[in-house]
Structure formats: structure tokens, C-alpha cells
Design a binder for this molecule. Structure first.
Ligand code: KG4
Ligand code: ZN
Length: 405
């Protein structure tokens, strides 16, 4: 890999394509939202270090990510996280061949921290640098060479402080093109056709809420807290015979829509609140009396657990049905050899199960700890960028609204 990339006035440029050696080692940073992450990946597929400092507890208080708080926390966490990631390399920097960072999409203040740090480090150490699209990175979590198709514990749901990845498993074969990628995260929902590395065709995307966003909003309506995805999955587990909620099929399109579903949940919750207010049971009356004696009353009493479980279950089934149906149809129409699931919602057990059950081609999803934001996936995507001869110039800026295609 050429290291002649001094002062360049272009955003990205290409050097001749080369087959990079399996020893090619990338340090990657990810700070697009509320996780401060650094990782070291060798040969694009071997995970040497995957450090994630989650800000979940900070934002839980507000019921969602506060951009200013996230940016400030990245500044605090970034250096220790990078140092921890590099500590796995006995010869330190001597073993790092290149540096990468997410430059979009995401929160601009948050993105700036990681991107500027990565450029500064690469410049100071004299290493090539590439900026990575966060959506592409989520897809490339599937290249990280770990077969984790029978998950037993959901480590993505229990992380709060800094976490050293506990990913173990057999080395799997690399995904084979053409591929269908279903990207389902807190900010995005899309179906894409991949004909080769970096060759994306956008087949459809959400017209309103992203799936993760819908999970988070519905969890809020149901009083389940943030982040909503894991909470809804947990409470919906084991619920049987629940009623169904509508599905937005949008005819033959590969687009999605989840805001109507979210509103349906809201209406059901409101009806329940009204019913409870009109017909107070003896128990509810007692609670109200106690609450009145205890001080100022809360705006609305919590919904009962059985009702919440059934609604959460119906919501999750509706989402999973639409996602699985469209991903399977896309794989059939474009003759895909595999379906890749990516993004935070790829951690959802029902989605994994249902997609795998319905698809006639193999379905691949990252290990749980690599579904939500991490830097290992950034390093994996960067490897194939470098291999294609792509590098970024020092003037690369953040792109909060960056698209996949
Ligand atoms: O990819 P990600 O970490 O951040 C973005 O790039 O947006 O995704 C976060 C989203 C959140 O909305 C969270 O509720 C959702 O992923 N999520 C889940 C599950 N685990 C995380 N949604 C459904 N089921 C889960 N088990
Ligand atoms: Zn993400």
C-alpha cells in the first residue's frame, strides 16, 4: 500500500487496486451516535480488539440520544478507548497499516470527534486513511468472519459501560455476491442489492420512521424505556394468541412505512388509558388514593403488564412480517445468493428466526455485539475500500446525511 498521500485537495482518491495481505491491520473509530468505539481488525475479517464505550445510561434519562451530550462524551471516552484497542498489539503502532473512521451518516458533532481524531492519528503516524459510510459498515459486520447463528445470550442488551467484545466462534466463509442487505437500525431502514464490494443499488427504504426508531417510540408509549428494541423483544417473549396490528405493504414496492403502525399502538394505549380512567377497578381506586396521599400524581398510570406484552408482541410481529416478506421477495427477484441482516435491529431474535425460516437462500447476521454500533464493522468495510484502492484526503468532512447509494 502506497503511503504517499500528503496534502491532497480532493475528498477521496484511488491508488492501483491491490490484493491486500491477510496481515493488513486497520485501526478504526466509530462515533456517529452514542457509542464511542475503536477496533483493530486484521485482513478485513479477523477481530483483534473491539472496544465500545456505550453512553446508553447517559441518554436513558432523556428517553433518547441528546446530540450535544453525545458529542461531549465522545471527547471524554475516545482516547482511553483507542488506547485499549491498541493494547492488543504487542508491537503497537508498528503493526497498524491504516486508519479508518465513520464520516456519516450520523450526528454531526459526534461524527466530528471520531473523524478528526482518526485523521490526526493517521497523519501523525504516517498511515493511509479512509472515511467509511456507517450504513456500509453495518453491512460489513457480516464479513467479520464469525459464525454465530445460534446465539444463546444477548450481550448487546446488557452493555452499559465499556465493553470488550466477547465474540467467539468458527471462522465462516465470506458472503458471496450478489447479496441482498436489509439494513435496520435506529436511523435507517433500507433494502439494497450488492453486486460487488462497494457496488450498491438501493431497492427501497423507509418513507417515515426507521425500524429502530419505531421500536424506541413504541417502547416509550408502552412505558418500557430506552432503548426500546431490546425491551420490546423481552416483554413480547412467550406471549401467545395476541391480537394483530396492521402491516404497511406499500404494494409491490420495496419501501417501508412504520409510522402508521406506531400510531396504531398509540391509539390502543390511549383507548386503554381512557378505559382505565372510566372504569376504575377497586385496585386502581386504591392505587389512586395512595398516590393522592403520597403527593403529586403522575400524568398517567402505567399500563398493565399483560396488555403491554400483547401490544409489544403484536407490534414486533407486524414489523418482522413486513421486513422478512420484502427481504425474501428481493432475494428472489434479484437471484441473490445470500441475505445479510445489518444494523441494531438485526439483534432482534424474532427477525432473525423468521427471515431464516422463510428465505430459500442462507441468511447471515452479525454476532449480537456487532449488530449495534461498533468500530470493527468500520474496519471491515475500510479493508475492502483500501483493497479497491480508495483512500480519503485530509480535508474529508463529516456527512451527517450521507446515503448508501
Ligand atoms: O445500529 P444502531 O446501534 O444505531 C444506529 O445506527 O441507529 O441501532 C440502534 C437501534 C435502536 O433503535 C434499538 O432499539 C434497536 O437498534 N435494537 C433493537 C434490538 N436491539 C437494538 N431493536 C429490536 N430488537 C432488538 N433486540
Ligand atoms: Zn448504526
Amino acid at each position: 500500500m502506497a503511503r504517499l498521500y500528503g496534502a491532497l485537495a480532493i475528498l477521496s482518491y484511488t491508488v492501483p487496486m491491490t490484493q491486500l495481505p491477510d496481515s493488513f491491520t486497520i485501526l478504526a473509530l466509530e462515533t456517529s451516535c452514542d457509542e464511542t468505539a475503536a477496533a483493530v481488525v486484521r485482513g478485513g475479517r479477523d477481530l483483534l480488539a473491539n472496544i465500545v464505550a456505550s453512553q446508553m445510561e447517559l441518554h436513558q434519562h432523556y428517553g433518547g440520544v441528546v446530540p450535544e451530550v453525545a458529542a461531549r462524551q465522545h471527547i471524554i471516552s475516545l482516547v482511553p478507548v483507542i488506547e485499549e484497542a491498541l493494547s492488543v498489539l504487542p508491537r503497537g503502532w508498528a503493526e497498524v497499516d491504516a486508519v479508518a473512521a465513520t464520516y456519516g451518516p450520523g450526528l454531526s458533532g459526534a461524527l466530528l470527534t471520531g473523524l478528526n481524531a482518526a485523521k490526526a492519528i493517521a497523519w501523525q503516524q504516517g498511515r493511509p486513511f479512509v472515511g467509511v459510510n456507517h450504513l456500509e459498515a453495518h453491512i460489513y459486520a457480516n464479513w467479520l468472519g464469525i459464525d454465530d447463528r445460534q446465539p444463546t445470550t444477548d450481550d448487546s442488551q446488557s452493555r452499559n459501560a465499556r465493553e470488550r467484545s466477547s465474540v467467539v466462534g468458527r471462522r465462516s466463509s465470506a458472503p458471496e455476491f450478489p447479496l441482498i442487505a436489509l439494513v435496520v437500525s435506529g436511523g435507517h431502514t433500507l433494502l439494497a442489492l450488492l453486486r460487488g464490494h462497494g457496488q450498491y443499488e438501493l431497492l427501497g427504504q423507509t418513507r417515515d420512521d426507521a425500524v429502530g426508531e419505531a421500536f424506541d417510540k413504541v417502547a416509550r408509549i408502552l412505558g418500557l424505556g430506552y432503548p426500546g428494541g431490546p425491551a420490546i423483544q423481552r416483554i413480547a417473549e412467550g406471549v401467545v394468541g395476541a391480537s394483530t396490528l396492521p402491516r404497511a405493504w406499500l404494494r409491490d414496492s420495496f419501501d417501508f412505512s412504520f409510522s402508521g403502525l406506531k400510531t396504531a399502538v398509540l391509539h390502543k394505549a390511549q383507548e386503554r388509558h381512557e378505559l382505565a380512567a372510566r372504569l376504575p377497578t377497586a385496585q386502581a381506586k386504591r392505587k389512586a388514593q395512595n398516590a393522592a396521599q403520597a403527593g403529586p400524581k403522575p400524568e398517567q398510570p402505567p399500563l398493565d403488564a399483560q396488555f403491554v406484552g400483547q401490544l409489544a408482541h403484536a407490534f414486533q410481529e407486524s414489523v418482522v412480517d413486513v421486513l422478512a416478506t420484502k427481504a425474501v421477495a428481493a432475494a428472489q427477484r434479484f437471484g441473490a445468493s445470500e441475505i445479510l441482516l445489518a444494523g441494531g435491529v438485526a439483534a432482534n431474535t424474532r427477525l432473525r428466526q423468521e427471515l431464516t425460516r422463510r428465505a430459500s437462500v442462507p441468511v447471515r447476521y452479525p454476532p449480537l455485539s456487532l449488530c449495534t454500533d461498533n468500530a470493527a464493522m468500520v474496519a471491515a468495510a475500510a479493508f475492502y475500500r483500501f483493497e479497491a484502492g480508495v483512500q480519503s484526503g485530509w480535508e474529508l468532512d463529516v456527512a451527517p446525511g450521507l446515503r448508501l447509494a
